[in-house]
Design a protein. Structure first.
Length: 123
């Protein structure tokens, strides 16, 4: 949604066609692996959230790329705000209460993230 119009405008500025290919899945691992193993010629870019390069190294024993060695940040072109929400019956009502609740109840909170706090062009 964010990268497609930027790719179109970039193509107009450069005077050449830019092909934008959406490779969703695996929390960014599929696209990250594709770009990490592409020719390092500057023609393949990865648009991703910064945390897409951090979380896999914390969650998985094997990651198909090294976010520090395989990618070089080029620019930050969008900031997407996050919202923290819970169902109405969840006891904590503030961030401080959530932290205290989590410490008092280890392993009892499930959470999800869109993994898009900011979009960045890489490689």
């Amino acid at each position: 949604m964010i990268a497609r119009p930027i790719a179109q405008k970039l193509g107009e500025v450069l005077g050449q066609q830019i092909i934008y290919e959406n490779r969703g899945g695996g929390g960014g691992l599929i696209a990250g692996e594709l770009v990490a193993h592409s020719a390092p010629d500057g023609y393949t870019l990865l648009v991703t959230a910064g945390n897409t390069n951090v979380f896999p190294t914390l969650l998985y024993d094997k990651v198909p790329f090294d976010p520090v060695k395989d990618f070089i940040p080029i620019t930050n072109f969008a900031i997407i705000p996050n919202v923290l929400v819970a169902y109405p019956g969840f006891p904590p009502k503030t961030l401080q209460e959530l932290v205290a609740y989590g410490k008092a109840n280890p392993g009892k909170i499930n959470w999800a993230s869109s993994a898009m706090e900011r979009a960045v062009i890489w490689r």
